[in-house]
Write a protein that binds this ligand. Sequence first.
Ligand SMILES: Cc1ncc(COP(=O)(O)O)c(C=O)c1O
Length: 391
Amino acid sequence: MAFDLQRARQETPGCAHVLHFNNAGSSLPSQAVLDATVDYLREEARIGGYEMVEKSRDALQHTHEAAARLLGCSPTEIALTESATQAWNMAFYALSFQPGDRILTSIAEYGSNYLCYLQRAQKLGVSIEPIPNDEHGQISIAALRQMIDERVKLIAITHVPTNGGLVNPAVEVGKVAREHKILYLLVACQSVGQMPINVETIGCDILSATGRKYLRGPRGTGFLYVRSSILDQLEPLMLDMNAATWLAPDRYELNPGMARFESFEGHMAGRVALGVAIDYALQWGLDVIWRRIRDLSYALRTHLSPMPGVIVHDRGVTQCGIVTFTVEGKDPGEIKQALAQQQINVSVTGRNGALLDMDERGLTSMVRASVHYYNSEEEIARFCGEIEKLI
Ligand SMILES: Cc1ncc(COP(=O)(O)O)c(C=O)c1O
């Protein structure tokens, strides 16, 4: 069946104003997500913030259920957070490590996560070890197997990095983690909403995701999955009264379930609207979305690659909607600005976002053009026309 592009664009108000190739930054929300956010805020202003949370109990619960349906887990394995980073931090800092423990990670690991590894390495004496890439530029499963020993306490990788179309082989990594009963943490921030993700198929124990990227949810939203069988091992570093109960002057108890990762205060309008965004993605179907995104990004790469001076940098056997490139003699920031003057949105991906990977490839920054299913073939042609004018 042909993809209903007209419907996708009609239901995305921003399509009338911008050519948006910054979906890996923050995608354009659907009208339904916009309405859910604004309706919540209006009603909150009318009846009061706490009262609105009471009134929205079912909607807030629904967001847990929608996230669970999206990931193939139970709603009791989901906590709503204010970002993917917060979700990841809550889980990572809840793990206990001993000096000498090893954490295996990806070359394409996200900057914020790596800062936390470095901090743990300095404070606790754990060893942080990037798994080498294979000849396609993705995690080498053979190398991962060789690195495993009894001191490996965690495999923590980024599925789709901030800086390119690479899709790391999350399922294969999961197989190794399961075989050796090693905890497996997956950053699915850039992949959730873009492609089908199932935590059972992948075999991860912890997964972090954001709302604003490929799910087209509001900014300031994210969520965390923790496999129920490992929950009791995790005590968050930071607690509030939603996470724990103060029983006596010298005693507290962690609350059961995922409440320990979900703060009392939060972006409630966003949490409700995130549920709407997930429902909306599920209505389109993640298989349909994924096929459409791959087709569009393939077309974009195919048009850009032969242009003189243009180098497309994406790696991996499977490539997603994030297209990264440089133009000889041009600063990526200049290209972004020139495009912005034509109402074309892209972003610039720099060294800090994925330093190991950028250094390994000798790159300092690239233009990042990330497509979503509501982008059109005409937009790709227009975009490439503008790049041709700039080279
Ligand atoms: C791989 C990866 N992980 C995590 C994040 C952070 O997401 P958030 O801003 O929702 O915390 C990003 C954002 O670009 C990312 O690319």
